[in-house]
Design a protein around this ligand. Sequence first.
Ligand code: GLU
Length: 483
Amino acid sequence: MKETRVRFAPSPTGYLHVGGLRTALYNYLFAKKNNGRFILRIEDTDRSRFVEGAVENLIAALKWAGLEFDEGPDAGGNYGPYMQSKRLEIYKKYSNELIANGNGYYCFCTPERLKELRDEQEKQKLPQAKYDKHCLNLSKQEIEENLKIGIPYVIRLNVRPNQRIIFDDIIRDRVEFDSNNVDDQVLIKSDSYPTYHLANVVDDHLMEVSHVIRGEEWLSSTPKHVLLYDAFGWERPKFAHLPLLLNPDKSKLSKRQGDVAVEDYRDKGYLKEALINFVALLGWNAGDDKEFYYLNELIEKFSLERVNKAGAVFDLQKLNWLNAEHLRKMNNQSILLLLRQEILNSQFATLNLTDDYLLKVIEAMKERVSFIKEFITTCQYFYTSPIEYEQKSVDKNWKPETTQQINHLRGRFTSLDSPKKEDFESALEMSAEELGIGKGMLIHPLRLAVSGQSTGPGMFDLLFLLGKEEVIKRIDKAISILG
Ligand code: GLU
């Protein structure tokens, strides 16, 4: 059996699209599942789209997501270079081969002529503009003459009319195209760079790619690729075209309806575990209802046969749900590392917070948050005394008699010696009894006094975490403001 070799072959646009992450993930899973190799190849032959730093961003985003590649620009491998812009000589050699065997030809048509042709075809309402093979009829002599005097040219694929182009796709089964609908694709541009089609096929062959797994938007390019494999006399790889990603209204996923860059999700605080889990489910399921997966489980379960043909809807609510689920299942030490990062980027960067304290905050809040940053934003009271008190709760819970009652409770607290959670609790019970009121009459205003809010983690956990001194300070502050 041939080794499984798959590749993720992005054109560096400046960011990693979530659709790209899904393609990369499926390739990665397929490689790992089959003991194969996962290759990163950078398809950067469109010079007009060059973006400074794009390749670095892309690699950083893949690494953040945990999709390590076995071969690629900064991982090495025996099939490099892995950047197409460094392989120009190779494409030249193969395009010459196509010219020699009649499957490719020089085209010297000017942009003006091509435009006229397009306009004319548009007028005739042809389904798509196609080159008219004008230059296929040039004599050898004319071609040599044109080359000698330096007339700009491109090299085109010579598509024979009236053929059925047939190939198998693991997801879509048998696919057929009529060659009359396939244009004589430009393979080498006038700047002597190859187009995607030529470079892609040559590289997949030379890199011994066994399976081409990519988005459905490339399905219409595949007949051209198949013709190229045949023209070179090369074995075709197996193809698998992944379903489109859709907005909830079933339109194609677009920037206009939300974030599409992996970096945006990362910067918004989504966990890589959740994002990976989420994109894995965009077009694939294991055949049951299970939705929560770690990467290693996905490797075990994944198969291309279970990828759907139908477009996959990008449901942000599901991503949010998965984020909360993954956060809840994460161990506290790992959360601590991420939380420390968040704190460094927050207004509390300069606070001296011990690991012990933060781990307790994590324990108290874990079931109540969906994002790491919510360990700060939803419970600022763990980091600073309240600046504001929730008005609704003040109106409801801070009655004229409350100040005196809370003062009584304060007295009980002051006499405690290094109180634990239970000590705070019994002090409050005693105070309520002495005052002849229900515990709730103390608990609600006390929560308001120490946190400024009406909800939060268990009251006595909170008191214990803050510690006696801080609790008393906060009671005094609340009384001075609310009393
Ligand atoms: N360079 C293409 C892209 O940007 C690759 C398509 C393929 O995988 O063949 O997605």
